[in-house]
Ligand binder design. Structure first.
Ligand code: NAD
Length: 512
């Protein structure tokens, strides 16, 4: 991205969103909550410092302030966590599914009691507006509830041997100790989406949250300890040395599964490492979601869907709409309405009332969004709103609209991961499908049309693992989440989610 020019050209004055200036002192409630978040590694039921004594600082992206200093694990700590997961594996696998399920259900209940403080913690470390953090508590909590119910519904099969003698029995067993790696953008849901099905299936885990937002995972794991999850079943390592700590774990023959959510580049690297140990893998990787609006769409519904699909999580979602493909006859109207709505967005620290757009996670993210916008403008696109980093403390970027984006622009190829709407015009359904599929990614897609037959055609022809029809949000604990192409392997959530942590065993029982 560094090769892209940083010119800022526009042929009309962009709309500038309101910016709330916040001093954001760490108030007593925030300070008290942070004090209660563990600062150690959780290994074999004990909170411990790093074996090197090293620590890492977790910062608030809205203020740049250090929120908390926590343990920075070494490779030896990572292996100690795996030792603990291995030691606990047999007894956890033998624990009654009902008991495993009840623990997850208790964790769900406790999370509901503490939803306000979990949301506040997420907003502090990740930046999303508090209302969205509360939404993530609901979404992330649902994985605990859903998999508490799935724990007692692990399916099997029994049938006659076609050869005529005896029976075929198909059963499922826990895959074994798992290594879970999560990203920073959904600190709660990415953790529960992996921990809950693993525990429901009878697997023990080592989880490594992103170093930028580890506090929510530490808090949740302390909650699991509180509801009685036995020592060694869930272990946490936080580290700035992700590669050095992960490699020996992934290479260890006692590990049986790796589940990763993050960028495609890191996912590819982990797949190569996993190959040497023939590990089961789940890869939830990057996206480049098309958001297709046909001329027959309910335009107001499409605009509302677009605002959600783009600005939720300040654009930092793998399912975020990245390319808005709009039929030429309505593209002007769509852009006008979107620009009007963007003027109503309020940028600021997510804890402040009325804020709808929080900071980006760090300076690098701001630079990337800015470079993508200016590359598109340099190639002929029009800037209708925003288009600049917000001056002052914190890593904020203005909500931005660019129209008439031309093929070849980086913004159509890369994950923007910021509050930027980029609009491309099309003339025919065939062209829309070709544009939608012109990416290496295939995670989510969105289609707005009132023509049912067209919607069904698009479900068939758009190459993604997930599709929203006339909606801008589709994540659901009861549904299989995942992608095709370079967006990954496997599914999380739904009845499919627990299968990722189970292995199939076939047994033949002769009758004579
Ligand atoms: P990232 O790939 O940089 O990091 C993800 C995790 O991997 C972090 O915990 C990080 O510390 C760790 N990591 C990085 N390098 C590693 C290595 N060499 N070995 C082991 N671990 C390593 O991604 P990110 O910036 O944290 O998250 C954003 C990305 O995640 C985006 O691409 C987004 O699309 C993707 N994402 C995907 C989904 C999904 O479900 N498909 C969900 C959320 C985010």
């Amino acid at each position: 991205m560094t090769t892209m020019p940083d010119a800022r050209t526009t042929d009309q004055a962009p709309a500038v969103p309101e910016v709330v200036e916040v001093d954001a002192p760490r108030n007593a409630r925030e300070a008290e909550l942070l004090k209660r978040v563990p600062d150690g590694l959780f290994i074999g039921g004990h909170w411990t410092p790093s074996s090197s004594g090293s620590t890492l600082d977790v910062r608030d992206p809205a203020t740049g302030r250090v929120l908390k200093r926590i343990a920075d694990a070494t490779p030896a700590d990572g292996l100690a966590a795996l030792d603990a997961a291995v030691a606990a594996a047999d007894s956890w696998a033998a624990t009654a599914p009902r008991v495993r399920g009840e623990m997850l259900r208790s964790a769900f209940d406790l999370l509901q009691e503490r939803r306000d403080e979990v949301a506040l913690l997420m907003t502090m470390e990740m930046g999303k507006p508090l209302s969205e953090a509360l939404g993530e508590v609901t979404y992330g909590g649902e994985f605990l509830r859903w998999f508490s119910e799935e724990a007692v519904r692990i399916p099997g099969r029994f049938g006659p041997n076609p050869e005529g003698s005896g029976s075929i029995v198909v059963s499922h067993q826990p895959v074994g100790p798992c290594y879970l790696i999560t990203p920073w953008n959904f600190p709660l849901a990415m953790a529960t989406r992996k921990i809950a099905p693993a525990l429901a299936a009878g697997c023990t885990v080592v989880i490594k949250p992103a170093e930028l937002t580890p506090l929510t995972t530490l808090y949740v794991v302390a909650m699991l300890e509180e509801v009685g999850v036995p020592a060694g079943v869930v272990n946490v390592i936080t580290t700035t040395a992700s590669a050095a700590v992960s490699e020996p774990i992934i290479a260890d023959p006692r590990l049986r599964k790796i589940s990763f959510t993050g960028s495609t580049a890191v996912g590819r690297r982990l797949l190569k490492q996993a190959a040497d140990n023939v590990l089961r893998t789940s890869m939830e990787l990057g996206g480049n979601a098309p958001f297709v609006v046909f001329e027959d769409a309910d335009l107001e519904m499409a605009v509302t869907g677009a605002m959600t699909a783009k600005f939720r999580n300040t654009g930092q979602a793998c399912t975020a709409a990245n390319r808005f493909l709009v039929h030429r006859t309505i593209a002007g109207d769509f852009a006008d309405r979107i620009t009007e709505r963007v003027r109503g967005l309020v940028v600021g620290r997510g804890t402040e009332p009325d804020v709808t757009i929080g900071p980006l996670i760090n300076e690098k993210a701001v630079e990337k969004a800015d470079a993508l916008v200016h590359d598109a403008v340099d190639r002929g696109a029009t800037l209708r709103a925003g288009g600049h980093p917000v001056e002052g403390i914190g890593t904020f970027y203005e909500p931005t609209v660019v129209t008439g984006v031309l093929p070849g622009s980086y913004i159509l190829r890369e994950e923007i991961f910021g509050p930027v709407i980029s609009i491309v015009e099309f003339d025919t359904e065939e062209e829309a499908v070709a544009l939608a599929n012109a990416t290496e990614y295939g995670l989510a897609g969105y289609v707005f049309t009132t023509d049912l037959a067209r919607a069904h055609r698009l479900i068939g022809s758009v190459q993604t693992g997930m599709m929203g029809v006339n909606t801008g949000i589709l994540s659901n604990a009861a549904a299989p989440f995942g992608g095709v192409k370079q967006s990954g392997l496997g599914r999380e959530g739904g009845s499919e989610g627990i299968q990722e942590y189970l292995t199939t065993k076939y047994t033949l029982i002769p009758s004579a």
